[in-house]
Structure formats: C-alpha cells, structure tokens
Write a new protein. Structure first.
Ligand code: FEO
Length: 394
C-alpha cells in the first residue's frame, strides 16, 4: 500500500495486516489489524508518528523511500507493534531523534536496546513540538493501555493522534470510519479486550480530552475517525454508562445436566424481561465473552463437577473475568454433579477476588428436578429484583 493523503500535510503510512489472527498470544483477531504510521510535513520539519510491527518493517521502509528527510519520530507507546521499526527509521535518517514521554524512554531502551539513548528526547505532559506551521501538543493519556501511553494533538488542524486509544483491530483499506457499524463492532471488541480492564483510566482520559476541539482522531490501529463523536460517545457509554438488564451465562456441560439448568434459568429470566446471553465455552471466543462483559449486569457461571473441580473451561472463564474486571455487580453459579457437590466451595473461593455481590448457588445431582427448577426460578426472581433495585431496566 502506498502512502495515502489525509490532509495536505498529513499522510497515512503503515501496514494492513490481513493475516494476523492473534495478538499477545491471547486475543483473537477475527478481522486482522493495521499498524498506522502518520507522516506530518511541516514547513520546517517532518515528523513520523509511530511505526509498525517489526515483522512488517519492510513495508514501512519502502513507503519511506519517497520521504527524503525525517526530523522527528514521535513514539506514543512503547509496545513493539508501534515502536518496533523505530531503530530502522533512526538508521535511515541519521539526524532524526525520537520524541516520547518520560515513562516511555526507559521502556523503549529495554525493549529496543539498539537505540542510542542520546537520540531520545522526553516531553512533558502538555509539552509542544513545532514543525514550523504545524505544532504537536503532547497529552499524557496513561494506562490506555500501558503506563507510558500518550497522545499527540495537532493544534492547527484539531487532529488527535491517539495510538491504541480508540483503536480497532480491523484490516481494511477503508481509510475513514465514517459511522460504519462494522467499525463500531470492531471497536467494541477491541475496547472489550484491551481497554475494559482499565476503564477507570479510560474515563479519566476521556475527561482530559474534553478540553480539546477534536475534528479527527487518528488511532494506530484501524480506520481514522473523521466523525470523532462516533467513537467518543461509544467509549463514554462503554466506560461510564450503566450495565444493562442482561445476564451472561458462560457455561460448559458434559452430559447435558448443566445445559438443562442453563436452559431453564434462561427461560425463567426471559419471562421476567431480562436479556440472556449464554456462551458455550467449548466454542466461545475470548472476544465474545469480553464484549458481553461490557454490558451484562449479572454473570452466572455454569459448570458440571469434573474430578471434584469446576470444568477447566469454566476455570478459564473465571480467570478471564478477573482480568477483564467487568462492571457487572452480581455473580452466581449453577451446575450439576454426579455424586457430591465439591465445586460450590471452590467456585466461591475462585470468585471472591472478583468482589461481586454473590447470588445463591444452585446445584443439581444429575438432571434438574422440580426442586432444583424452583431454586432456579427463585434465582431468576432475585436477579430481577436486584436489577430493578439498581434501576437496571434497559
Ligand atoms: Fe497496539 Fe499496545 O499496542
């Protein structure tokens, strides 16, 4: 892909990584991703904002063959998908220097030890860098999603370069997001897995950005937001909005006993006007689970007993929940056993660090009998009342 013009003085460089399927050896990328790099051509100086994943360096370096000089490399985030090609750019432009945050400099040197420390200049929160007729103002936006992350704001054109903040893992040749629902879905998936665990920082950084007029947001993954409100309002809703009248049920079932409990509870919840989203953990992706956690008010874990323990797939789901830190205030457990309930106590211990309001557990010896169904109805009623008490009705 050749460089593409965003404005008269800004080009989009970088890589569309159509084939990438996983990030951090954890996060599935159903739609690939992009590593965006931005070239700013001021009247006096030229700056490159972020680079690309080191395995894709050759694409960026080919694009730079058309660029005679780069004075400044602005590094907004030390993670290698954005910083990994900085050493090659420094080598190609021997007079260039890196501008980055105070916290990022040592991280860059740890991750890319080939960089000469004397070629890294640190900037303070609110500091500015002049390119002549263009000026970048640096805005520290920590913990979206590493401690050193910052954004850069182009004062003359009201453009925010946000790096991972507001990004989407979406390989597309479409340069602008417009108000495309596919971009929003991809953005929500990205938020769910990367930003959701840090939503308090997301909120603080959204507040910080309220002081700026923003006409365009250029993230380092996915399309550019030419209608910033499209993504800003979505982030505000996801980070600050209330959870919904929704119950999420991650479940696993070996001989359908737990599945019958899940189905009965689902029906009972639906009768009370509550949205229910079950996920069979044999096939559900981390992305599906994390995305549902943005909205759910109650999480009901469901698993049979396997060798005296919860099924490992459910144990994984609890670990994921601990990582994601969903806003859901309520948590419960339902499940079956063959000859003894040895799981409830273990689930209670595993769920304790999640700091949720724990609902009564419901267990069944084999298939749910009438007494168990009554307990499931009681559980559904209790969820309905708890949601109603909190005003969660939508
Ligand atoms: Fe896109 Fe945190 O790297």
């Amino acid at each position: 892909m050749n460089p593409r013009k965003i404005t008269n003085q800004i080009d989009l460089l970088g890589v569309i990584d159509w084939d990438r399927t996983v990030f951090d050896s954890l996060i599935p990328l159903p739609d690939g991703t992009t590593y965006n790099s931005y070239l700013l051509k001021g009247s006096d100086k030229t700056a490159l904002i972020d680079t690309v994943e080191p395995g894709k360096s050759s694409i960026l370096m080919n694009q730079l063959n058309q660029v005679p000089e780069i004075d400044y490399i602005v590094s907004l985030h030390a993670e290698q998908d954005h910083s990994g090609t900085i050493p090659l750019v420094l080598e190609k432009y021997p007079n260039s220097v890196v501008y980055t945050s105070q916290k990022e400099k040592p991280m860059l040197l740890d991750l890319l030890p080939e960089i000469d420390p004397d070629r890294i200049i640190t900037v303070e929160d609110g500091g500015e860098l002049s390119l002549g007729d263009l000026t970048l103002k640096f805005i520290y936006t920590p913990w979206v999603h590493w401690p050193e992350t910052m954004s850069a704001y182009l004062i003359e054109e009201n453009i925010l370069f946000s790096c991972d903040f507001f990004g989407s893992h979406l390989a597309t040749s479409k340069m602008f997001a417009d108000e495309d629902p596919l971009v929003l879905a991809s953005n929500k998936l990205y938020y769910a897995q990367i930003m959701q665990p840090l939503r308090k920082f997301v909120s603080k950084n959204l507040e910080k950005l309220e002081h700026y007029d923003i006409d365009m947001i250029c993230p380092s993954h996915g399309p550019i937001y030419n209608i910033p409100e499209f993504v800003l309002s979505a982030y505000d809703e996801w980070a600050n909005g209330p959870s919904k009248n929704m119950v999420m049920i991650p479940y696993v079932s070996m001989h359908n006993s737990t599945l019958r409990m899940v189905e009965y509870l689902m029906s009972s919840l639906c009768d009370r006007g509550i949205i229910v989203q079950p996920y069979n953990l044999e096939t559900a992706t981390i992305g599906q689970l994390a995305t549902c956690m943005i909205d759910a008010s109650t999480i009901i874990l469901a698993s049979p007993t396997l060798l005296g323990n919860p099924h490992p797939l459910l144990a994984n789901a609890i670990s994921l929940t601990a990582l994601v830190k969903p806003k859901a205030p309520f948590l419960g457990y339902i499940g079956s056993y063959g000859w003894g309930d040895t799981v409830s106590k273990k689930i209670a211990q595993m769920a304790a660090p999640l700091k949720k309001d724990v609902l009564p557990f419901v267990t069944a010896k084999g298939y749910p009998n009438e007494a168990v169904k009554k307990e499931l109805d009681d559980l559904a009623q209790q969820i309905y009342e708890k949601h109603t008490e909190l005003g969660i009705t939508k």
